[in-house]
Ligand binder design. Structure first.
Ligand code: ZN
Ligand code: ZN
Length: 293
């Protein structure tokens, strides 16, 4: 994808302290009810620029693209809100860091102890003994309490739920672009994430911004309706547990490569749900088998 003249101009517009200050001031003035509209003088005061001419020059540069000039004052446009979100994300990327702590459970590969940590804006889950990684995913540090290491797990869970739900339903949570999903086992993809190999994963990628994620098939299937229904009718709340846990029992029964078909089942209270998915992670068939049926 080439970068055109107007994209360059957009980024140049932002490369100025006063203009970023104006966007921040409008963002910060916004409350829970919506985004703020500030009168010229209010906005100038909030931005902290004393020189009228200087302030007005930069404000007018933003008008149109990032700031809307309304009858009652100035407000952020959608692009302005996006820019403000980028500023906030960047500012919150402080030095929050959580050292590895015990996670409980056993490594699927070697039976060793698992651990979790948080570094450079990402949460990690891995095996202490063999080093195999289960998850590496960005989580905002504003969701994490450095005094409570376990808060990483809740923050990661909240982020994964949102992203799984959105991505596996075809909508990128970051740019709202279309998402394509596929089932993968190829080892070529593991290096990007260091995730464990030999396991079936669902890969989801946004066609617009390139955001991608890999999820373990059992965890990804929880975003599918037949699976949610099956558990719901048996009194199990799939969301009561962290989405990255592997406690939900999914057993792969068969796998075909051409075309790709994966059949497996969930067990719950003696009942069984057979699910068949295709290469694009579409559920093509499912059957509920009751214990006494
Ligand atoms: Zn291990
Ligand atoms: Zn996207």
């Amino acid at each position: 994808m080439g970068v055109d003249e107007s994209s360059r101009r957009t980024f140049e517009l932002l490369a100025n302290e006063t203009r970023l200050g104006i966007i921040s001031a409008l963002g910060e003035a916004s409350g829970e009810g919506g985004y703020a509209t500030l009168a010229f003088s209010e906005l100038q005061e909030a931005t902290g620029v004393e020189d009228n001419g200087h302030f007005n020059y930069h404000l007018q540069e933003l008008v149109g693209e990032f700031v809307e000039d309304r009858e009652d004052g100035y407000a952020l446009t959608l692009a302005g809100i996006r820019a403000y979100q980028a500023i906030v994300t960047r500012q919150s990327k402080t030095s929050v860091r959580i050292d590895p702590f015990d996670l409980g459970g056993e490594c699927d590969s070697c039976g060793g102890d698992r651990e979790a940590w948080y570094k450079n804006g990402r949460a990690y889950l891995a095996c202490k003994s063999c080093g195999e990684r289960e998850i590496r995913y960005p989580v905002s540090s504003t969701q994490i309490d450095p005094e409570e290491p376990e808060s990483v797990l809740d923050a990661l869970d909240a982020r994964l739920r949102r992203d799984y739900h959105s991505m596996f339903n075809g909508l990128c949570p970051y740019c709202t672009g279309p998402v394509v999903t596929s089932i993968q086992q190829s080892s070529g993809h593991w290096e990007e994430t260091d995730m464990r190999s030999g396991e079936l994963l669902v890969h989801a990628a946004c066609k617009e911004c390139g955001w991608f994620l890999y999820a373990n098939l059992a965890a990804a299937l929880r975003s599918k309706e037949p699976v949610q229904e099956f558990y719901l009718h048996r009194g199990v709340d799939l969301w009561a547990e962290h989405v990255m846990t592997t406690e939900i029992d999914w057993i792969v029964d068969s796998m075909d490569r051409d075309p790709v078909r994966v059949c497996g089942h969930f067990n719950c209270g003696g009942d069984r749900l057979d699910v068949e998915v295709d290469e694009n992670f579409g559920v093509i068939d499912y059957t509920v088998r009751e214990e006494d049926g």
